[in-house]
Design a protein around this ligand. Structure first.
Ligand SMILES: Cc1cc2nc3c(=O)[nH]c(=O)nc-3n(C[C@H](O)[C@H](O)[C@H](O)COP(=O)(O)OP(=O)(O)OC[C@H]3O[C@@H](n4cnc5c(N)ncnc54)[C@H](O)[C@@H]3O)c2cc1C
Length: 530
């Protein structure tokens, strides 16, 4: 099995893949004294996709950093501290989520009721805002931190096999043309869509249950105009709750959507996720596919009229995937290796961070064998599977509603209700109320959200559609901490302290506790400099 004389590396944990997830896992494990070898097939800096964070992502990052003493990394959890401490790591300012709906072939034009918009604020001002991660910089920073913390980092490795033997895992491959052999008590697959363990252990993909087949095309651009300059911001009545471009900007149309994420280094990340029929009709994979897509979306084409791709387009013929297995006796896939659904709800980072928190906590125990450890691993796998299922089902409902933007918006509010409720519960120290990503394990919200998603996928019309909208409203009500049920806001939802204060009882908190929370989080804007 092993080439005689091959150099051997041993560690408590071998981590395959040094994206943000692999490096963060390495950092957390190092802080509890585990020896770690971090194995990367490429080298840093390198392009990576998956850039947009959310309040829940950043809270989970803070929790991970607090638990494992990662102070320098913690600064990346907010725009303000990031800019103050790591200004050389490129990032984008994300104040919220901006959605605009387009009818193919027609220029974008909305009315005072914002029929074609949804703006959801994530933060009340820039200092505590979320960010887009310029992954070449962020991942390079994190891998350097991991190496500095004592993880043995080996890049340019080509791993070809893994065998389990006597409670240990043996990884085999090559590096610099020479055989490589790594022995570890546990292997974490952080290879993302690289699918290391599914490939070497030969397991099938788990079929998607709800989502249609989707494809993606994406790259980085320069020269992308701001959307608010392209079409004009706000209205005669009021400005939008945040600058719509300092956000994850979504252009939604039947059968797909485009993301636009601006960084502070003049680069903009943009790409499209499309159902296969739409992708095929455009010929998205062929030369000129992106231009043909924009030709059908005149206002988006206007936004990109001076844009140039700064690197080649990537075409992903299959965007979503699920692995058939998540754990084995000596190994686990991080959530990002166990599946990916869609960029639509920026779900990749929070799902992965939830997984890292759970897995590293399990690896804090001294016994990595026996029934207790096996149960822990099985729990980790079950959580990961349920959360990916919930994400897939909601995203499938959103794809089914892309031609009916009112329904799309209402379903999206299910996501925002669950995410803001979970975030606030966790910030209040009431983690047990934040039952799984998208509240999928909440006995009320979970089944109701699934029923709403199932109804949307069934393409309801007339009374059935009205009943679905009403059911979504009812589902959200008890969990709404962000004024999402207030129709008078006409789908512009700023991040307001008064909404959180009014919602305190829904979280079992007092008004005073909520006030303290808002103070702790810096919700009030910092004083203007003299
Ligand atoms: C088009 C698209 C857009 C997305 N947008 C968002 C978003 O806006 N927000 C969000 O939260 N999530 C998003 N995601 C999801 C996000 O990309 C992932 O959650 C995230 O990148 C996972 O990070 P990771 O470190 O696990 O994996 P990756 O970033 O994929 O890193 C994996 C690393 O493993 C290495 N590797 C792979 N195979 C091997 C091997 N055999 N041996 C050694 N090394 C290996 C790779 O070289 C790479 O460095 C998006 C995903 C896609 C596809």
């Amino acid at each position: 099995m092993t080439e005689p004389g091959a150099p051997r590396t041993t560690a408590d944990v071998a981590i395959v893949g040094s994206g943000f997830a692999g490096s963060l896992t390495a950092l957390a494990l190092r802080s509890i004294g585990r020896s770690v070898v971090l194995l990367e097939r490429g080298s840093h800096p390198r392009f990576a996709i998956g850039e947009s964070t959310t309040p829940l992502t950043n809270l989970l990052l803070e929790q991970l950093c607090d638990r494992y003493g990662l102070e320098r990394v913690r600064a990346l959890s907010k725009w303000g501290t990031w800019q103050a401490t790591q200004p050389r790591i490129a990032a984008g300012l994300k104040r919220g989520f901006s959605f605009f709906h387009h009818e193919p072939g027609r220029s974008f034009r909305d009315d005072e009721d914002h029929r074609l918009q949804l703006l959801v604020g994530a933060s009340p001002h820039d200092a505590i805002a979320d960010t887009h991660w310029y992954r070449p910089d962020v991942d390079h920073f994190l891998v350097r931190e991991a190496a500095q913390a004592g993880a043995e980092y080996l890049d340019q490795v080509e791993l070809t096999a893994m065998h389990s033997h006597a409670g240990c895992a043996l990884l085999q491959g090559r590096r610099d043309g020479a055989p490589l052999r790594v022995e570890a008590r546990f292997v974490v697959d952080a290879s993302g869509s690289g699918g290391f363990l599914p490939r070497v252990l030969g397991f099938d993909e788990r079929p998607l249950q709800w989502l249609p087949r989707t494809q993606a095309i994406f790259t980085h651009f320069d020269g992308v105009e701001r959307w608010d300059r392209t079409v004009g911001a706000g209205s005669a009545v009021a400005p939008p709750p945040f600058p719509v471009d300092d956000a994850a900007l979504h252009h939604v149309f039947p059968g797909g959507w485009i993301w636009v994420l601006r960084f502070n280094n003049a680069i903009t990340s943009a790409g499209a996720a499309l159902t296969t029929p739409v992708a095929s009709a455009i010929g998205i994979e062929a030369e000129g596919g992106w231009d043909r897509l924009l030709a059908g979306l005149p206002s988006v084409a206007q936004q990109f009229r001076r844009a140039h791709a700064t690197r080649p387009f990537v075409h992903a013929p299959t965007l979503a995937f699920r692995a058939a297995h998540v754990v084995g006796p000596t190994w686990a896939l991080l959530p990002s290796a166990a599946g990916f659904i869609d960029p639509l709800l920026s779900s990749g980072f929070p799902l992965t961070l939830l997984g890292i928190l759970r897995l590293v906590r399990l690896l804090e125990s001294d016994r990595w064998e026996g029934a207790g450890f096996a149960r822990g691993l099985a729990d980790y796998a079950a959580h990961t599977t349920r959360e990916l299922d919930a994400t897939e089902q909601l995203v499938a409902a959103l794809y089914a509603s892309m031609a009916d933007f009112e329904q799309f918006k209402r379903l999206t509010l299910l996501y925002f209700a669950a995410a803001s409720f979970s975030e606030t519960a966790r910030r209040l120290g009431n983690e047990s109320a934040a039952r799984g990503f998208l509240l999928c394990d909440d006995p009320v919200f979970g089944p109701e959200a699934r029923a709403c998603a199932a109804a949307a996928v069934a393409n309801p019309r007339g009374a059935a559609r009205q009943a679905l909208l009403a059911r979504i409203d009812r589902t959200i009500q008890a969990f709404d901490v962000a004024g999402l049920g207030d129709r008078r806001r006409r789908d512009w939802y700023p991040a307001l302290a008064e909404d959180l204060l009014a919602a305190a009882p829904k979280l079992g908190a007092s008004y005073a506790e909520m006030q303290q929370l808002l103070e702790r989080c810096g919700f009030a804007p910092p004083p203007a400099s003299p």
